[in-house]
Design a protein around this ligand. Structure first.
Ligand code: TRH
Length: 387
């Protein structure tokens, strides 16, 4: 089985390491690859994988070797390059490692070098996916792999066991109540809508929370610790909404919960009626959860994200009825504060379509399945290049 090194720099937040960690685990578990993951900020990694020791230079977590990637280790690298090298999101492996790749190319098969790009659904992705470029100095080809939700892209990460695990988990009596309890959230009223809220700072948060306070039926909102939990606390006039804290107004009750390890976060997405997600990895997991969701895209300074949001809406909302598609699109746009969203955030207009959104969320996973799973697509390509 091939060896593979993944390099990951944590730019900010958790998406870079979240995606790299998921990919590493899947390639090891489903494809038998010998995985080593190089990460520059282990403290960020420890948030979603608590067994990580943020101070260890080298450690083994399950089947995966995790190496701290620092300037220091860059100098110390005196190793053979792996069969397959994945740089997550154009992070540029250390020069010493690239030299080791070139050295290896001189006496055996050159490593298959992949640049795993950010997920995008813009039509040009299909033209660039799996295209290669030659290194300016060494006889090394770098291939660009584009995750996406559209035909011609590399697909999204979808573990083989995911669906069966989700079914088994949800078939347990009181799965929702038990998981809420494990997060310190008491059982909600039977008719309450359960919502998870994971997002960046958001100018429309107050409007959303006000709408929930005035909702005709009870809403229970679970907020993992982070930027948005502080903003939610502000709405209630509290200094913070830490794990274990609760606030209520009108028909809305919010609970602060801890930022939990990655697999437990999936369970939260599975039990909620609606999930607010952001960035890249939670966005994909919300789709796989087969539940309605609202996406806050990672904001870019030049508003490049507006185009990406529209491309995603075009793909995701395509099969909805006209009315439901409009309601979903205008709500997502408003939540992302885009220039094409002049109207106020209208919760009731959006949520009146909840049954359509719920059915669509289930059907959508069939569309995703047709694209194949990212790890499987990537493994197939890399292994074909090694022959
Ligand atoms: O943290 P993010 O905002 O990451 C972003 C995006 O990836 C963005 O595209 C990128 O440019 C930027 O990082 C640098 O959102 P994302 O992608 O959803 O990653 C969050 C990760 O955290 C995901 O793997 C799920 C995980 N998570 C947990 O493990 N536990 C939790 O309790 C929560 C709320 C999230």
């Amino acid at each position: 089985m091939p060896s593979c090194d993944i390099f990951c720099t944590v730019i900010d937040n958790f998406g870079d390491i979240g995606t790299s960690w998921r990919l590493a685990r899947q390639l090891a578990a489903e494809h038998g690859w010998h995985m080593r993951l190089w990460v520059d900020k282990l403290e960020a990694f420890a948030h979603l994988c608590p067994t990580i020791d943020p101070h260890a230079y080298k450690q083994q977590v399950g089947d995966i070797i995790v190496e701290q990637w620092s300037t220091d280790s860059d100098i110390k690298i005196n190793i053979e390059a792996a069969d397959i090298v994945i740089e997550a999101f154009g992070c540029n492996p250390p020069p010493a490692y690239i030299a080791a790749m070139a050295k290896r190319a001189a006496y055996q098969h050159a490593p298959v070098w992949i640049n795993l790009e950010y997920l995008s659904n813009e039509p040009w992705v299909a033209d660039f996916h799996l295209k290669s470029s030659l290194h300016p100095r060494y006889p090394l080809l770098k291939t660009f792999f584009f995750p996406g939700l559209i035909a011609g892209s590399g697909g999204a990460l979808q573990e083989r066991t995911r669906l069966a695990s989700q079914r088994a988990f949800l078939s347990a009596p009181n799965a929702r109540i038990a998981h809420c309890a494990s997060l310190g959230v008491p059982p909600a009223a039977a008719q309450a809508t359960l919502i998870s809220l994971f997002s960046y700072e958001n100018a429309n948060l107050e409007a959303l929370l006000s709408a929930w306070c005035n909702s005709a039926t009870p809403i229970t909102c679970i907020v993992p610790a982070g930027i948005i939990s502080t903003a939610v606390a502000g709405f209630f006039g509290m200094p913070k909404l830490a794990a274990g804290m609760v606030a209520a107004r009108g028909h809305l009750t919010v609970y602060g919960v801890p930022f939990v390890e990655q697999d437990r976060y999936d369970l939260l997405l599975w039990i909620c009626d609606l999930n607010f997600v952001r960035g890249e990895d939670s966005f994909v997991r919300a789709q796989l959860a087969q539940k309605p969701f609202v996406w806050q895209i990672y904001p870019q300074p030049d508003h490049a994200h507006y185009v990406k949001l529209e491309a995603t809406l075009a793909a995701y909302a395509f099969a909805l009825s006209d009315e439901a598609r409009l309601a979903l699109s205008s709500f997502w746009r408003k939540w992302n504060n885009t220039s094409v969203a002049p109207l106020a955030l209208d919760w009731n207009h959006f949520w009146q379509h909840r049954n359509r959104f719920a059915n669509h969320a289930i059907n959508w996973t069939q569309t995703l399945a047709k694209l194949g799973d990212l790890a499987g697509n990537l493994a197939q390509f890399c292994e074909s290049q090694l022959k």
